[in-house]
Ligand binder design. Sequence first.
Ligand code: NI
Length: 183
Amino acid sequence: MEGPICIYGNPVLRKQSEPVKKVTEEIRKLADRLLDIMYAGEGIGLAAEQIGRTEAIFVLDVPAEADKNAQGFPNNPGVEMPQAFINPEIIGSSEETAIAEEGCLSFPKLYIPVERPAEVVVRYLDRNGNVQVLNAKGLLARAIQHELDHLHGILLVDYMTPATKLQNMLLLRNLKKQSRNIK
Ligand code: NI
């Protein structure tokens, strides 16, 4: 498998990503590599910074069966997966929020509850360079916001309350140590 995933403590995870000027073959290859590494890590999303790159791009493959509403219907019918989101931007979000546990491939074994808008509208370029606008709810909305955070250097740890931080102090310290050893 190509390239390890950058673990919490690696400074690249705090960087602000740079917009992609043109969606080239190289960018498509980067999207494919992100997907490969994401699948190997059994994740549903991965941002470029997590493999040490600063292009504004993330990929998602949110399984439809894991993204259903209380009535058991798909939250986002007709949305194709996997997808690459290039230069993504949230252009609308619901006032209604939802709280759910999130994990992150850069924080192995850490799961913390995060409150986010329940629905978002995201505008982005697809892998062909076409502008797309997507209305997302449920797990997809959450995953989009989580990955977009990565592109702005915002991490799961930033959503922790002082109490959860204290609870997970040892785990976080070990991750930082681990990330120093990889380099
Ligand atoms: Ni993440």
